[in-house]
Design a protein. Sequence first.
Length: 430
Amino acid sequence: MMRMGLKNKILVSLFLVVFLCGIIASYFIYTQSKKNLSEYKKDSLETLILERKNRVADFFGNSLSLAEKISKRQEIINYIENEGEIQEASILLILQNYNIGEKYSAMYIMNKNGQTMVSTDESFIGKDYSFREYFQRAVSGEPWADMAIGSTSNIPGYYVSYPIKNREKVIGVTVLKIIPEHLNKIFTKESIGGNNDTDFIFVDVNGVVIYSSDEKKNYHSLGNLTEEKKREIFESKKFASKEILPLDYDEIQKEIDKISTIPSSYSLNDEADGAQELLMAIKVENFPFFVIAEANLDKMLASIRDISLWLVALFLMVIVIGGFTASFFITRFLRPLRELKNIADDVSRGKYEKLKIIKTNDEIEELSWGLKKMADSLIKLKKGAEEKVVERSRELEKMNSYMTGREIKMIELKKKIEELEKSKNIKNDK
């Protein structure tokens, strides 16, 4: 098994601690930044969508006010009441005088049967538009706004209609067809200012996109429509012969009837873009329109991810630089330990005499003093032991000399006894 030194253990421990702290800090910064950015973006979208809602409401409100003013002119009331001639010049002049700035592609007066009597666009004269919802609403006494592709001109436009009344009885309808660009510019990138990452979708009461910053979404429903709703849209002829295909906003499509004048937020995964998106929807006051603001969260979070990666890279640089620095200082700090090890080795080999004190002013110096004292004690014990050995050796030598002399005498005595016995035996034989 490979042996790891104390220095390497310390360095590895420091590396792991700093690395883990870096990962945890980066993750914390990422999650908190993501949360804060999402909240900030939600607030930003809410501000933008409220501004757009108010501008759209003012836009249609102003056009309805103009339609109301025209409908209440006595000349208009008398003209309808008396069933004046088609395209009467005096009535046409009144309409033309109201089209200041040519905001309207057509301004026309319809009788209660839906027939166009006077129009600034001559192609509308005599046409029956009684199938249009804006006429049906107005002739029933309700001012209305709508969007449709013209059945005569085949040109899209926003329509506002206002009932012409005589003594509270509806006798006709005033209609203003607004050139779409005058309203759509409210949703362009230029009007948003610095928030160019936000796209706007303008939809009708059925959830059909009538304008989007992304033109590919125009004349698509937000999500899947029921067969009944498809048939209703087709029969209304609002979008001529266009096929209304669904987008990927099913959640909003299902709740289109629940969206109010208070912003509602949604978080969706756009399968077409492959991105997470934050959406906010709001109803335009009493008009049959909704404004939807859309922001790509992935684009916003990319900057946070970059910052987090930079932090990880920074921590790695700190680890590398700190590793070299720590190695330098650890080497210095461990040098007394190596000296202490050498002292312990000398003690183990019996070299007590030349032990030195390591001057570090810390626990290592205290430990070296302890080893020094232990060595001094060992020296005293060794010296005492040697003296006792010498003394004991002398005693043993004396004892040995005494025992040796005695043994010699015993041998001599034994020889004498043997000699005596021999001489006695000789005498007896004689």
